[in-house]
Design a protein around this ligand. Structure first.
Ligand SMILES: *Cc1c(COP(=O)(O)O)cnc(C)c1O
Length: 227
């Protein structure tokens, strides 16, 4: 199937998940994760109407960015080394993997004065050892500390759920992230509006949407897998 057909299917599934959970599908943004595909396929996605591109491999992301440009919104979704921030910050509108103060400090330093960088704080909801991110208990105090880095705006929270078909487990992970987000939202911190939830991938995005995802990150079922 073409990327265009996949996109239609994903949009339809998002819409149905929104109907099941009484949500407005305008509030769910589909990020096409292009890490497994060439720049030509990424361009095909843009031509199909995709407005958000997600990447986790920096060098490749930057060469795609050079070709596709800033007509779409760029999301950095992978682990980010502090020393690489300088090289990438101009290209990405959102960083989904903020998980330590040293990284916050560098993002703040490299953002133009008076501008903001929208960041998601990454949370390891289920405590899997292979995953990065803060534990749920650490999130609030971490976000409070971020007020010392005035260029950072906490757009929301991000998680990668365990790789499993266990829907109950997936749902409880997504729900936990949503509850955590709501707790932070209620604090009304000026640097941390925290309205967004980045959660859901190819195998679990429908559940994530039912539980409140506002950004889903979809690779293989949207643009395929070439490598
Ligand atoms: C690869 C990746 C995705 C997309 O994965 P698919 O299962 O192919 O949809 C989403 N989020 C992150 C952080 C990723 O690294």
């Amino acid at each position: 199937m073409s990327v265009k057909d996949n996109y239609k299917n994903v949009q339809a599934s998002v819409k149905k998940a929104c109907e099941r959970s009484n949500r407005d599908s305008d509030n769910v943004h589909i990020i096409a994760v292009t890490k497994y595909v060439s720049v030509d396929t990424a361009k095909e996605a843009v031509e199909a109407g995709i407005e958000h591109i997600g990447e986790n491999r920096l060098d490749e992301a930057l060469s795609k960015w050079e070709e596709i440009g800033s007509g779409v919104t760029w999301h950095f979704i992978g682990n980010l080394q502090t020393k690489k921030v300088k090289k990438m910050i101009h290209a990405f509108d959102y960083i989904h993997s903020l998980d330590r103060l040293s990284l916050a400090k560098e993002i703040d330093k490299r953002t133009n004065p008076g501008e903001y960088k929208k960041c998601f704080v990454q949370v390891n909801v289920t405590g899997e050892e292979s995953k990065s991110g803060l534990s749920p208990e650490e999130v609030l105090s971490f976000i409070e500390e971020l007020k010392n880095y005035p260029s950072i705006e906490v757009a929301g929270l991000m998680t990668m759920a365990p790789y499993t078909d266990d829907h109950t487990l997936l749902r409880s992970a997504f729900r936990k992230l949503r509850e955590l987000k709501e707790g932070i939202e209620e604090k009304k911190l000026s640097h941390a509006p925290c309205h967004e939830l980045s959660m859901g991938m190819s195998n679990d995005f429908e559940i994530a949407v039912e539980e409140g995802a506002t950004f889903v990150r979809i690779g293989s079922s949207l643009v395929g897998k070439e490598k």
